[in-house]
Design a protein around this ligand. Structure first.
Ligand SMILES: Nc1ncnc2c1ncn2[C@@H]1O[C@H](COP(=O)(O)OP(=O)(O)OP(=O)(O)O)[C@@H](O)[C@H]1O
Ligand SMILES: [Mg+2]
Length: 354
């Protein structure tokens, strides 16, 4: 094999509003991770729209700035897709061997995914222990990702001088980041919500098993849209207003109710998704919610989620069990602490992982 299996990867999250790069060193023997290098670079809103790369030149330039600023040498990256270009399904199949499954998965997948199988890359995993239920079936996790999206994202990484060695999915990377950093209580069901700019990744973990995944089209952009519409401002101005900065024509007393009504909207969308989970998974309830993503910093959002759900809502700290290298400025760590969960989850992957 060309690579050793332990060779680590750069975690590269090409978000629609911001690129995040995280490089971790695995300290081994369950000792956790060390943050070797990290960087982030904003992307203008026209570069990636609804998950599609619309202006690859802008993305490549931003990637190059991101890698260049911190002299990041590692070349192999783990990237992730999200939103409409990925389908994740848990399917039930008759118990069969790995070989039989490998032969039949393409055909099985056809029945479960709304795309032509020729247009997607398929990955799958037999869910451990499910063949023991005694009903002759086993559960398989099926992931299908659109080939054209994979190609677009790997191409920009290539043009920026790096190699996309592994393509993951946002929700799985998010789960990884959580598991790396938190004690898993086998009796608890925890929902993760990563509120980005365009998409919110939602995942539910029962102990250490993930039992639900969903990307919803809601995020920080909703605040920009509402602020621009109400106050007639540019995108850049709305971005500053959202972050609580002073902008002419945006008085605190007019901004606060706008943020608060979008907080309600975002909360209601997350609630719809969690209600769907509860309705389709009888007997399950959620004990706590861990929130991440840049938009989780909007004033009052966490409190509003806490009131809505009536269970503990806390911030997911992707660096909770990560020691920080001396070359990584504390401002970078602080800025990344809300938005780097996916990048951290990706950086913990190894070459050869599936
Ligand atoms: N301090 C802050 N206050 C309010 N909003 C913020 C703050 N910092 C970042 N955001 C918002 O968070 C969003 C970006 O978060 P994140 O980096 O998690 O998203 P992304 O990965 O770029 O987007 P997506 O995954 O949806 O494509 C943007 O909408 C940005 O305006
Ligand atoms: Mg994101």
């Amino acid at each position: 094999m060309f690579f050793s299996r332990n060779k680590s990867l750069l975690g590269l999250d090409i978000g629609s509003s911001c690129i995040k790069v995280v490089e971790l060193k695995d300290l081994g023997k369950g000792k956790g991770f060390h943050l070797v290098n990290a960087s982030l670079e904003p992307l203008s809103p026209e570069a990636i729209v609804d998950g599609a790369i619309m202006d690859s030149g802008l993305v490549v330039e931003a990637l190059q700035r991101c890698f260049g600023a911190k002299r990041i040498k590692t070349s192999d990256c783990a990237i992730a897709l999200s939103g409409h270009s990925v389908i994740i399904k848990r399917i039930s199949l008759p118990v069969m061997s790995e070989e039989e499954l490998a032969e039949s998965i393409q055909w099985e997948a056809e029945q479960y995914i709304p795309f032509d199988v020729e247009d997607v890359n398929i990955a799958y995993q037999i869910l451990k222990g499910t063949h023991l239920a005694g009903d002759g079936n086993m559960d398989v996790l099926l992931v299908a990702a659109k080939k054209d999206k994979i190609n677009d994202y790997t191409a920009v990484v290539g043009q920026a001088g790096k190699n996309a060695a592994l393509v993951d999915v946002d929700v799985f990377a998010l789960q990884n980041a959580f598991e790396m950093n938190y004690e898993i209580d086998s009796g608890q069901t925890c929902a993760l919500a990563n509120i980005g700019a365009n998409v919110t990744n939602v995942s539910v973990l029962k102990g250490s098993s993930s039992i639900f995944w969903r990307d919803i089209s809601v995020g920080g952009n909703q605040y920009n849209d509402a602020i621009r519409k109400e106050l007639n401002l540019s995108f850049e101005q709305s971005e500053r207003v959202k972050r609580g900065e002073d902008v002419e024509g945006a008085a605190t007393e007019t901004v606060a109710p706008i943020l608060s009504s979008v907080n309600d909207y975002v909360g209601a969308e997350i609630q719809k998704t969690l209600d769907f989970f509860k309705n389709t998974t009888p007997g399950e309830s959620i004990d706590r919610i861990c929130v991440s993503g840049g938009a989780s910093r909007v004033l009052g959002l966490l409190e509003s989620l806490g009131e809505r759900f009536g269970i503990p809502v806390e911030r997911l700290d992707p660096f909770r069990r990560v020691t920080v290298g001396k070359d990584v400025p504390s401002e970078t760590v602080e800025e990344l602490s809300s938005c780097a969960a996916v990048a951290v989850g990706l950086a913990s992957r190894k070459v050869g992982d599936r």
